[in-house]
Write a protein that binds this ligand. Sequence first.
Ligand code: COA
Length: 186
Amino acid sequence: MILPTARSADHAYSPVPGMPVVRQATPADDAFIDDLHAIAFGPGRFARTAFRVRERYPIDPSLSLVAESDGTPCGSVWMTPISIGGINGWMLGPLATHPDFRKRGAGKLLAREVTRRAMERGDGRFVVLIGDQDYYCPLGYTPTTPGNIIWPGPVDPNRVLLHSDDPLLAIRIAGPVSAWGARQPD
Ligand SMILES: CC(C)(COP(=O)(O)OP(=O)(O)OC[C@H]1O[C@@H](n2cnc3c(N)ncnc32)[C@H](O)[C@@H]1OP(=O)(O)O)[C@@H](O)C(=O)NCCC(=O)NCCS
């Protein structure tokens, strides 16, 4: 069941009816987000490699965003602070839009906005994700060198995509996914 969220001080009003808008999630959104993940990813979500990363390293609640359409929550994205090869950054995901609200731009809005907010902080150098190139490459993500990033489970290397202000980082970054602040292994 998708539960409506109480309006918060951060509530963003859309100038155009139905057009999704984004705001920071609050604890009142937890039930909506849980339900959305179950609908979008099913029981298999707990076996996903990205889930294993989030089990080890907690998400950053200040980068947990919700999309709304006319005041109704319709999408969500999370970010997990991590490091790879001694470089700090974030893993984006899960990104999901409720099936009743898809193809209205909520997913891309969430992905763009959470990437912008993370990079604007200036203390992390990349956002990495496991996702479809066709969806994320037009949003500024590029493929990484297959096999360079070591995940705590199986991944399709062609789906490991990275956003950075450094155009070479996607090709060069290498190492295990570690905790934010972890030093590069010798
Ligand atoms: C993927 C998802 C977040 C897209 O949400 P959305 O709000 O519908 O996205 P947008 O409205 O911004 O974009 C929709 C467009 O992306 C396309 N699209 C959706 N999923 C895509 C995919 N995996 N690969 C390529 N294109 C995709 C749609 O066909 C649509 O194209 P159109 O604009 O030409 O009609 C949503 O379908 C979802 O929750 N899926 C299940 C969970 C999931 O797969 N999450 C992504 C994990 S990486």
